[in-house]
Structures are given as C-alpha cells and as structure tokens.
Design a protein around this ligand. Structure first.
Ligand code: SAM
Length: 310
C-alpha cells in the first residue's frame, strides 16, 4: 500500500489532505467545509458516520503525559464554547452536512455525554426528523463513580439516526452478548449431541432453538468495551490523545453499521480510532480533524497500521 504524506493538495479551499492511501484519506480542516467537498469529489456518500464531538466540558483538553500519569501535556483541543447554546449552534450546521453526506441506508452515530446529549437529541431530531431516530446506546466505559453530592454519571450516550432502513448486521457475532447467569441456569438445561447447551421455545406452533454459547442479541447498554483508562488501561492502543475512544467500541459500531464495500467517515476523528478500525476491517474511510495534533497522531497511527513509513 502506498501513502502520500502532507500532500499540498487541498480539499478545494476547505482543508488540507494530510494522508492519502488507496483505502482512505485524512484531512485537516473544519468538517463543515470538508465534508461537502469529499462528497462532491468522490460522488459517493457514506454508509456510516461516527461523530464524537467535543463534549462542552468548558475546558481545554490536554494530551496525556504518559499512559498512567495524571499530568497533562500541551493542549490538544479546546472544548469551551461559551455555554450550551453556543455549543449547539456549532453542532447544528455540522449535523446538517453530515446528514446530507449519508448514503440512502447510511446511519449517523452521535457520541455525547450527559452535559449535552438531551439538548443535542432535540437538535438532531430537528435536523433528521424525529422518525429518523433509531437508537440510543448507553456506553458504560467502566470508570468508577466519584461524586459524593449526587449520583455519579458513569455512562456516555450514542444517538443513532438514519433516514431510511439502516445497514445493520444483526447477526454479526460482535452484536451478541452473553445470557445472564440466572437465565443460563434456569433455561438452558438441555445439551445436544455435540455437547452444546440449548433451550427451545415454541411460539405460534413453531419451535425455536437457542444455544447458550451463541448469546443473545445485543441490547442498548454496552458495558463490555472498557474506556482507555478504565480498570485495565489499554496501553497497546494508547496514543496519548485526550478522549481517545477504545477500538473495541468502534469495532462494534463499524461491524454493526457498514458492509465490506462501505465508506466510513469520522468528521472529528481525533486520534483516528474509527479510521484505524475501519482500515483494519477493510472498509474505505475518511477522517477529518481541525487540530494539527490530532491529524499528526491519526496519520502516524494509520501509517503504522498500514505498514507505511513515517
Ligand atoms: C472527542 S475528540 C475525538 C476523539 C476521537 N474519537 C478519538 O478516538 O481519538 C473531538 C475532536 O473533534 C475535533 N473537532 C472539533 N471541532 C471540529 C470541527 N469543526 N471539524 C473537525 N474536527 C473538529 C477536535 O479537534 C477533537 O480532536
């Protein structure tokens, strides 16, 4: 695989192409301007858009100085917008261009936390139409609660939208979870000739067999994708970029909502987690970030993953 580094070729006037490989491209710029240009250039839309914007924390996000250290390095990106209204005003036009960049069966996954998700849900319902709302994933990163004055918030939320029936690979093993121990004990009492435990249920005169080791369809609470710095830090994939998401979370999303030939877009890609996963799974991909730090880290990560020289 070949790769160009810091090409001077722009994306129109919208941004700078930082990395180009046969499978994908990374661009520095504001996704508001870059996304329409990517769609125009490729004459192709995206089956999956995962967007993990700043969370409106009101502070600067510094790079981590070492994997286990609390000390912060230089500022990677600013997450202060001057309040919720200003944050929503930033988000709305970007959701519009992302909606318009989706393929007919494409879906957008919007990752936020308690600070903005409720207002952003109303905003996104307005942009997509309420009927386009498909799901709300509660992601439990596994960090313990710290508050003493009120319940700790130990989850983040991913809102899913699609205009038409979305690509959803319900049978993918990554979209299954184990049965609860009580269910296994109570219901899965039979064993087939191959030694597999199962249960059978008869519904409407038809008998269905369920195997214990196949698990059940995944629900909307995902607690099996630990955060980068949960109890067992994911050292191998740590880039030091703040708010980096774990590859396991993105692998589930990419497997769920894209096909082998799909184009996957992360318009605020940070350290490039979505892109690295999409590349590994053989999807075509595009990533955008407004920050130099993010682009440098994501480019290095993608180059390393593709076996390209730094
Ligand atoms: C929460 S971080 C993304 C982290 C990423 N998911 C990862 O795993 O590393 C949000 C990113 O959005 C970028 N960003 C903010 N506004 C942007 C914009 N208008 N266009 C492109 N990127 C933007 C920031 O620079 C930051 O890197």
């Amino acid at each position: 695989m070949s790769g160009r580094r810091r090409s001077s070729r722009g994306v129109g006037d919208a941004g700078v192409e930082v990395l180009a490989t046969p499978a994908g491209g990374l661009y520095r710029g504001d996704c508001l301007a870059v996304v329409p240009e990517l769609v125009r250039r490729a004459a192709d839309r995206f089956d999956l858009v995962y967007v993990d914007p700043p969370f409106n924390t009101g502070s600067a996000r510094g790079r981590r100085a070492g994997t286990g250290a609390r000390a912060r390095g230089p500022v990677a990106y600013r997450d202060a917008w001057g309040g919720l209204d200003a944050f929503l005003a930033m988000l709305k036009p970007r959701l519009v261009v992302l909606r318009d960049a989706l393929s007919d069966h494409g879906s957008l996954w919007l990752h936020l936390d308690h600070r903005t998700v409720h207002d952003a849900k109303v905003l996104a319902d307005g942009v997509f139409g309420r009927a386009a709302f498909r799901a709300e994933i509660v992601w439990v990163p596994g960090n313990g609660g710290r508050r003493r004055d009120a319940p700790s918030v130990t989850h983040q939320t991913i809102l899913v939208y699609s205009q038409k029936a979305m690509i959803y690979n319900a049978s993918d093993p990554w979209l299954r979870e184990s049965y609860a121990a009580t269910s296994l004990g109570m219901h899965f009492r039979e064993v087939d000739a191959g030694g597999r435990r199962f249960r059978e249920r008869t519904v409407g005169g038809k008998t269905y067999r369920y195997y214990a080791d196949a698990g059940r369809r995944l629900g909307s609470v995902w607690a099996d994708c630990p955060a980068m710095r949960a109890n067992t830090p994911l050292v191998a994939e740590t880039t030091g970029y703040p708010t980096q998401k774990p590859e396991r979370l993105l692998e589930r999303i990419v497997r769920a909502a894209s096909l082998g030939e799909s184009r996957v877009l992360d318009p605020m890609c940070g350290s490039g987690t979505t892109l690295a996963v999409a590349a590994r799974l053989g999807r075509r991909w595009a990533g955008i970030d407004v920050g130099e730090d993010a682009c440098r880290i994501a480019a290095a990560r993608l180059r390393a993953a593709a076996g390209l020289r730094a």
